[in-house]
Ligand binder design. Structure first.
Ligand code: SIN
Ligand code: CO
Length: 401
């Protein structure tokens, strides 16, 4: 399925990235009609109770002292859905694991680099249900998949924004001045910039899908960088710091770690890393592993594909494409492919080129595959490799319609 970019007609990807991305919210009416009909509320309520699903049940109880919220994390069971108050919501994460059709809709946001994809979450709520007024530390496209939901957007928040005390979820009362107040209908999309206060309340039974984006923070990068260094000790091996003999008057107390000395060490460490020939390569590797790693475990499948079978399906007009559930990216100079947080270093050139095409969104037909191989032997090897990728869940095989 070829899905056009989800943007209003008069806004190009460049406009969006320059004028809206992390700056302003945007309503995209009927931006993703392909989502309508994929799920009904009951599908999500059942999925939320499956083993291996990450889900949350949020209840809002009206009491004499005001609203009291409760949160239960998965595993959820049928009994959790009995005797619910009038207002409640259930949220399920990482939906692309359960629905390749839904995962394929990431293509609609293909103007954002793939490495920023986090996951697709869904919320179900009956009329009146909400997860409260809050902000998130990530950008998100909210897609109404079923029913109608009213959204209000307000102030910009930051880590100093206070949440209500003694509640199990991070919510507040003060939305600040409203900058948007709209009802979303099935297929409508709302872009919410990171850290903007938002509040959605179902007007009817409804499903809202959140296509969430993410970026590494400094802690993630430093942690990964240190892990990478453990395997590349040559970058720092034998490097000794030059400790100035006396930074402060010698009457300085003997046990004091002189802050000037700490500063000198800091600068020498930064210089050492910056001037190392391998720094860029190692840092790129740390970023690539950090941003291609999964937040949710991969479901174990018992797929077993055979070359003849795959060849047959491709020859009949089928194609291979990336499974939206996999995190795939590549780097240049050196060219390396990373899948689910790991550098895949065993690929030959033909395999590497093929996987890069797939990661860039290409659908691989039989003709394309055959043109990638220089002879019959290489074609057979590529088919074997494709079977491995299918078994691993990196790619999916679609049959001709
Ligand atoms: C929801 O669908 O209500 C939760 C999505 C969000 O607010 O980020
Ligand atoms: Co939110």
């Amino acid at each position: 399925m070829n899905i056009p970019f989800c943007l209003p007609e008069n806004i190009t990807p460049e406009d969006f990235l320059q004028n809206y991305w992390q700056k302003r919210p945007l309503v995209i009416r009927n931006g993703l009609p392909q989502i309508v009909g994929l799920f009904e509320p009951q599908d999500i309520i059942e999925l939320a109770q499956e083993e291996d699903v990450t889900s949350r049940l949020i209840q809002t109880h009206q009491t004499a002292e005001g609203e009291k919220w409760s949160l239960k994390r998965s595993p959820l069971a049928a009994e959790d859905f009995e005797n619910l108050p009038k207002q409640w919501s259930v949220l399920v994460q990482n939906l692309e694991q359960w629905s390749p059709e839904l995962g394929a809709l990431w293509q609609a946001f293909g103007y954002i680099p793939q490495w920023q994809r986090d996951d697709i979450m869904v919320s179900y709520a009956p009329a009146g249900g909400s997860v409260g007024k809050h902000y998130d530390e990530y950008d998100v496209f909210l897609v109404q998949g079923y029913g109608h939901r009213r959204w209000q957007f307000g102030k910009w928040c930051d880590p100093s924004t206070e949440f209500k005390p003694n509640q199990p979820i991070r919510i507040f009362d003060d939305m600040g001045e409203l900058v948007l107040d709209e009802v979303m209908n099935p297929g409508d999309v709302l872009y919410v910039p990171s850290r903007m206060a938002h509040y959605g309340v179902s007007e009817t039974d409804g499903l809202t899908f959140s296509f969430g984006l993410r970026y590494p923070n400094a802690a993630d990068l430093l942690e990964n960088f240190c892990k990478t260094l453990e395997h590349h000790s040559e970058v720092i091996a034998g490097s000794e710091f030059n400790i100035p003999f006396r930074l402060a008057p010698h009457e300085q107390p003997n046990a004091l770690l002189d802050p000037k000395m700490v500063k000198v060490l800091k600068h020498q460490l930064i210089d050492l890393l910056q001037n190392s020939d391998q720094f860029d390569e190692i840092f790129t590797h740390s970023v690539a592993t950090a941003v291609s790693s999964r937040r949710y475990d991969l479901l174990q499948t018992d797929n077993e594909y055979y070359p003849d079978e795959v060849q047959g399906i491709l020859e009949e007009g089928g194609w291979i494409q990336q499974d939206a559930n996999v995190k795939m990216l590549y780097t240049e100079n050196p060219q390396r492919i990373y899948v689910n947080g790991e550098w895949i270093d065993e690929l030959n050139e033909a395999e590497q080129n093929l996987l890069i095409r797939i990661a860039n969104g290409d659908a691989i037909s039989w003709n394309k595959l055959a043109s990638k191989a220089k002879d019959q032997e290489e074609l057979e090897l590529l088919l074997d490799t494709l079977c491995d990728w299918l078994d691993n869940g990196w790619v999916i095989l679609e049959e001709a319609e």
